[in-house]
Design a protein around this ligand. Structure first.
Ligand code: NDP
Ligand code: 2IT
Length: 450
């Protein structure tokens, strides 16, 4: 039995109840087999056995009172996965589906993503099974304050620096930042994605979506193609989806879909970005509201989706940007995309494609940008925010955007060159995983057994 198989068997026996974590581990570990065939030092130093286990997991009670003065209780978490390269760094997710297994998959991915940015960042993830939907501003504030009251013990500008993710945007970061400051008296870069008036970085809001399109541009360029003139399918309608769409328009593509947890929109003439921002960023309303405002938009409710398929992946788009959530793109979706001539899939969301969908893209030989490469622009720009905070300065939008572009090109080069080194040109899953892993693993060896 190979090293990878042995470690994976151990994980399967122990964590059958964490399917998303097992999925993420399987994707990373098996893609790196060629590295372990070549180098024995990782097995000799027990690197895989160590890297799959978080350095620290904190689970805590978050008790708060709702607007009717009723006590509510949620489970809060922070998983500090790996600090070989720098302070723990990764987002906070507020969604009813959050549990330890989901956060372990996200934290595990974050280790390699952060390494790929080339910046000094460890990997972490956190969150709570709190649902911000349907809550008043005051309820969200009380929840965030209660969450941060506990989290404060574990975070700090050079210890662990959380940011946003699903359900956590500028509003939630603001309430958490305020509470951290109140409890510690420290005005420091303990969170990223902050408001622009109080330490946030220009272009952080746009960074994940913009970065994903920059990564896509790099992939297309390598095969002699470009973004301009192509139609694009985008899923999700949150932070990542919105700024993916904005950059796609800037580069001359036509994004024609968006989705949320209740349904999806197909608009053959192109998504109306201003209406989308109004509905999602200001009104926080579902896409049925968007459909009311855009008469040429076709809305399909989740209840009417074909079994196991998502209509956004079946509109005949040449480019696909999954930007909602994990496992939102199945093998059936991959087949629909490929059948209708899709040439590129670039992942804004974390692990949006199922393992068999990923395999289908790799076998088809299209440009496939796995999440830890393609969506790393968000966390990379978070590091730029930390750098500005530490220097008590702020940079212009163009300065930050220019650095983001350079970082995405660097990630592309690392994934591209490593895939070639291991004899699988164009396989950015293998290239990205090995390039991200090697830096962390070598640092762990140099830092000793812990
Ligand atoms: P938002 O909360 O802003 O938006 C999430 C979007 O995805 C919403 O449209 C939401 O619909 C939809 N969605 C969430 N869960 C589900 C679900 N179970 N089924 C269907 N749709 C769903 O989050 P972000 O845009 O920040 O995050 C989107 C993805 O990008 C996530 O996978 C996240 O981990 C990843 N990511 C985010 C980064 C960032 O900087 N924000 C950086 C890198 C990756 P609804 O509103 O109806 O729930
Ligand atoms: O998944 C991710 O990379 C994020 N949610 C962003 C993390 C960060 O620290 O900016």
């Amino acid at each position: 039995m190979s090293y990878v198989q042995r470690v994976m068997e151990g994980l399967r026996a122990k964590y059958a109840y964490q399917p998303e974590f097992l999925q993420a581990a399987e994707e990373v570990l098996f893609s790196m087999q060629p590295l372990f065939d070549k180098e024995s030092k990782y097995e000799e130093n027990g690197i895989l056995e160590r890297i799959v286990v978080p350095e620290r997991t904190v689970e805590f009670r978050v008790a708060w009172t709702d607007d009717k003065n009723k006590v509510q209780v949620n489970n809060g978490y922070r998983i500090q996965y790996n600090s070989a390269l720098g302070p723990y760094k990764g987002g906070i997710r507020f969604h009813p589906s959050v549990n330890q297994g989901i956060l372990k998959f996200l934290g595990f991915e974050q280790i390699f993503k952060n390494s790929l940015t080339g910046l000094p960042l460890g990997g972490a993830k956190g969150g709570a099974d709190f649902d911000p939907k349907g809550k008043s501003d005051a309820e969200v504030m009380r929840f965030c304050q209660a969450f941060m009251t506990e989290l404060t013990r574990y975070v700090g500008a050079v210890i662990d620096v959380p940011a946003g993710d699903i359900g956590v945007g500028a509003r939630e970061i603001g309430y958490m930042y305020g509470q951290y400051k109140r409890l510690t008296s420290r005005y420091e870069g303990v969170l990223t994605g902050k408001g622009l008036k109080w330490g946030g970085s220009l272009a952080r809001k746009e960074a994940t979506g913009f970065g994903n399109v920059y990564f896509a541009e790099n992939m297309l360029k390598a095969v002699g193609q470009e973004i301009e003139g192509k139609t694009a399918a985008v899923s999700g309608s949150g932070n990542v989806a919105i700024y993916t769409i904005q950059k796609l328009y800037e580069l001359g593509a036509r994004p024609v879909t968006v989705s949320d947890s209740k349904g999806c929109i197909y608009q053959p003439n192109g998504i109306d970005l201003e209406v989308l921002k109004q509905v999602k960023e200001q009104e926080r309303a579902p896409l049925t509201r968007y459909a009311e405002l855009c008469k040429d938009a076709q809305y399909v409710s989740v209840a009417d989706y074909p079994a196991g398929e998502h209509p956004v992946w079946n509109v005949g788009a040449q480019l696909a940007f999954p930007s909602a959530t994990q496992n939102e793109l199945t093998l059936a979706d991959a087949k629909n995309l490929l059948f209708k001539g899709c040439v590129l899939v670039s992942e804004g969301a974390n692990m949006p494609s199922t393992l068999d969908a990923t395999k289908a893209f790799l076998e088809a030989g299209i440009c496939y940008g796995p999440a830890k490469c393609a969506n790393a622009g968000g966390v990379a720009t978070s590091q730029l925010e930390m750098e500005q905070n530490a220097g008590m300065t702020s940079w212009t939008f163009d300065e930050v955007d220019g650095k983001l572009k350079g970082i995405m090109a660097g990630i592309f080069k690392a994934a591209h060159d490593t895939a070639e080194e291991f004899g699988k040109p164009g396989n950015y899953v293998m290239g990205g995983n090995i390039a991200g892993f090697r830096k962390v693993a070598d640092s762990m060896i140099e830092q000793g057994v812990m």
